[in-house]
Design a protein around this ligand. Structure first.
Ligand code: HEM
Length: 317
């Protein structure tokens, strides 16, 4: 009897610990879900959307800047808002004097901290703001999965150098940079279509414009004229810089890619056919872009009990 009691209590203890263990594992590896804030912060999507809409109507380029913030966040240690922390990633050459939109994220965060304190992560704000930016500029929509948490530490400068693709890459370098994150070459071409909006500093593309031969001559002359002052900015999509469309791919067919890496996608290599396909099929581009953005937003999120919900997106709690 004594032995029965003892084994029964062992079993009970085991069941309790095993259950608690499963709960912990379940919470720690929780999946993202589109209704994550359904009861904890029901206004989250409308707060972000109105802030993004007003920022983009104030300055169309802000939509591009917010989209790029999410990309640079997700490619360095996953979508954990590490890019927003002062110091660290922000100071890498790819980001410094280049990333923008931090104030828009701060203002959304302030509003959400007042309506739902300590609930909505900076990483989720970035992901929704990227989607709303694309929509505000006429691009496709998609359902953003939510429940990412924020990291307490930023990545390093070398994390950025090793993970954010450089505009100097060749087509095979671009394919492998995206394949390291689990993307196919086709998805890389679709995501590069982000350069249908936004601008680049002359210093990031002047070497191509001045020296490469796969470039339209009038595009070359007009771009050089806009870069008399090398601190200037030039639209990445010369045709329709504030509209999220497939003109970017038609520009590539016409040798009007601004960055070296853009024109590499149509330069006699393995991605030429996909560029041609998107150039004449905007619907396919929209669908593939939306799906690739969902996939990008799923890169190694912190979920469950990992990470934290930062009160201030620029600082760990
Ligand atoms: C394929 C590899 C990529 C390379 C080499 C690349 C490189 C660059 C460079 C050099 C700039 C200009 C930065 C500056 O001059 O300050 C830029 C701008 C931009 N990139 Fe990319 N990028 C790539 C992929 C992506 C992806 C995947 C996205 C989004 C999902 C993206 C979104 C943007 C946007 C929207 C801008 C304009 C930002 C603004 O106007 O503020 N890029 N990119």
């Amino acid at each position: 009897m004594a032995s029965f009691n003892s084994s029964s209590s062992t079993i009970t203890t085991f069941k309790f610990h095993f259950g608690a263990f499963l709960l912990l594992v379940g919470v720690a590896s929780a999946q993202l879900a589109s209704n994550f804030y359904g009861t904890s912060c029901p206004s989250v999507l409308s707060v972000i959307k109105s802030a993004v809409d007003s920022a983009v109507s104030n300055e169309a380029r802000m939509g591009a800047s917010l989209l790029r913030l999410h990309f640079h966040d997700c490619f360095v240690n996953g979508c954990d808002a590490s890019v927003l922390l002062d110091g660290g990633e922000k100071t890498a050459p790819a980001n410094t004097n280049s990333l923008r939109g931090f104030e828009v994220i701060d203002s959304i965060k302030t509003q959400l901290e007042s309506s739902c304190p300590g609930v909505v992560s900076c990483a989720d704000i970035l992901s929704v703001a990227a989607r709303d930016s694309v929509v505000a500029l006429g691009g496709p929509s998609w359902q953003v999965q939510l429940g990412r948490r924020d990291s307490a530490t930023a990545g390093s400068v070398s994390d950025v150098n090793n993970n954010v693709p450089s505009p100097a890459l060749s087509v095979s370098g671009l394919i492998s940079a995206f394949s390291n994150k689990g993307f196919t070459a086709k998805e890389m071409v679709a995501l590069s279509g982000s350069h249908t909006i936004g601008q680049a500093r002359c210093t990031t593309f002047l070497t191509r414009i001045n020296n490469e031969t796969n470039i339209d001559s009038s595009f070359k002359t007009s771009t050089q004229a806009q870069c008399q002052n090398t601190n200037n900015f030039v639209p990445l999509d010369v045709t329709s810089p504030t509209s999220f469309d497939s003109a970017y791919y038609r520009n590539l067919l016409n040798q009007k890619g601004l960055l070296h890496s853009d024109q590499q996608l149509f330069s006699g290599g393995s991605t030429d056919a996909q560029v041609r396909a998107y150039s004449s099929n905007q619907a396919a581009f929209r669908t593939d872009f939306a799906n690739a953005m969902i996939k990008m937003g799923n890169l190694s999120p912190l979920t469950g009990t990992n990470g934290q919900i930062r009160t201030n997106c620029r600082k760990a709690n």
